[in-house]
Design a binder for this molecule. Structure first.
Ligand code: AMP
Length: 420
């Protein structure tokens, strides 16, 4: 099917064309028609499936067809990075529609707070916000939410994990009763369903394959000792060559910082990203990675979900993630949409059981690669993996611009104001 078949407004179709979107993904095919009819939705979809467009397009369409007078939509995101990323997609889709949009998130200076206040007071059409920052504005009393027609809760499972329930419900309780609600979550455990009942009314339920890495990802793992990890990662980076963009996940801020410093000393230009960095530092780091001036990024799970950086060739799990879902999210950073990618995990005896849980969740056996001889032999793991060099376990791999233009959009991608 084609996007034209949804009966979307011409300005929106133009935006889609400019973004290179032709064929809807399965979540878009399933979610867009009921959303255009005004139904609430409870959607289970991972990042990488096209879920952002699935919720943005019907909202933009409504705003073009029936312009609102004040703030029309609140989209809540768990992290600043996701808020910025969704806002960027929004900007692309709505470019020819001239909607006013604003990303609202913490960790910035007073100037940004003032810009956000201005956007909120003047009734920006679509606000993409982190819960804490939005609440900070709400508490100051100048935000009028009476005109809200759409409320989106993205990455709901992550929001709950991060303890945002009270903040979210405080926002929800200030919204008009008559509104369309959209809840997206990568997983759908019972606590999310219970929580959703407080927000959604008679929702359409849509579910796209849960906890399965995308088809285009080739997975592999090495069994090794902690002391062999740095040697192996250097070996892997040497083999990838300079042109490749590589995202390395470590489990703690300390490991992330140490590994990036180690790699840089060893001649592999690497940056680290984690929650100790302030917003400006995080944005600069992501920008350098996006434009390839630093081809290796070492990250904590702050980046594992949602962040969309095109053209990541390889994901390396320097540490096995504690939460099996995070594995799927981490390796999903590569092979987005139709691309292919490689995901490699370093497994130590202490993290072997965690990896077993990942294989169980994904219902996949990840092939174990033999360690290169110069790195030595693998430690004894357990019978199931055979210890030694690991052997090759084969397996399935499975604006209408209101008075103000907050963005200063002189050009498609340039001229945004000082937000980023
Ligand atoms: P998401 O799951 O929303 O994070 O989207 C993952 C990636 O797929 C993003 O880079 C989107 O821009 C891209 N994408 C989503 N839907 C489509 C589509 N229908 N055609 C082409 N690219 C898409």
């Amino acid at each position: 099917m084609k996007f034209e078949e949804f009966g979307l407004e011409p300005q929106l179709l133009e935006g889609l064309q400019a973004m290179g979107f032709e064929t809807p993904t399965p979540i878009q095919e399933q979610a867009i028609p009921p959303l255009l009819e005004g139904r609430d939705i409870l959607a289970c979809a991972q990042t990488g499936t096209g879920k952002t467009a699935a919720f943005l397009l019907p909202i933009i369409n409504k705003n073009i067809a029936e312009p609102n007078t004040g703030v029309d939509t609140i989209i809540l995101e768990p992290t600043r990075e996701l808020a910025v990323q969704v806002d960027q997609q929004l900007e692309g889709f709505s470019y020819f529609a001239g909607l006013s949009c604003m990303a609202i998130y913490g960790g910035r200076d007073g100037h940004s707070m003032n810009q956000e206040m201005k956007a909120l007071k003047q009734g920006a059409d679509i606000i993409v916000a982190t819960p804490g920052r939005l609440l900070a504005h709400l508490q100051l009393g100048y935000v009028d939410l009476s005109t809200i027609r759409h409320f989106v809760l993205d990455e709901a499972d992550r929001m709950l994990d991060m303890g945002f329930v009270t903040d979210i419900m405080t926002v929800v309780n200030k919204l008009p009763v008559e509104r369309q609600n959209l809840l997206f979550s990568a997983t759908m455990p019972n606590d999310i369903r219970r929580f959703a009942k407080n927000i959604l009314r008679n929702p359409v339920e849509v579910s796209i394959a849960i906890s399965k890495p995308a088809e285009g990802i080739t997975q592999g793992a090495y069994l090794l000792k902690d002391s062999q990890k740095n040697q192996l990662i250097e070996y892997l980076l040497r083999r990838q060559g300079k042109a490749r963009r590589i995202l390395v996940f470590a489990s703690s801020k300390k490991n992330t910082k140490e590994l990036a410093a180690h790699l840089s000393r060893a001649g592999f230009p690497a940056a680290d990203i984690h929650s100790d960095l302030d917003q400006k530092q995080r944005e600069d780091t992501l920008l350098n990675f996006r434009n390839n001036s630093v081809p290796i990024l070492v990250a904590t799970d702050v980046l594992s979900r949602g962040i969309d950086i095109k053209g990541i060739d390889v994901v390396i799990n320097y540490d096995v993630p504690g939460d099996p879902e995070d594995y799927v999210h981490r390796i999903g950073r590569t092979a987005r949409a139709d691309a292919t990618g490689l995901a490699i995990t370093l497994i130590t005896p202490a993290t072997k059981r965690k990896f077993d849980r990942i294989e169980k969740l994904t219902d996949m056996k990840v092939p174990i690669f033999p360690l290169p001889p110069e790195i030595g032999s693998s430690p004894d793991m357990n019978k199931r993996t055979g210890g030694g060099r690991g052997g090759n376990r084969s397996g399935r791999s499975g604006q209408r611009r209101k008075n103000n233009n907050y963005r200063g959009r002189n050009k498609r991608s340039g001229s945004r104001n000082k937000r980023s």
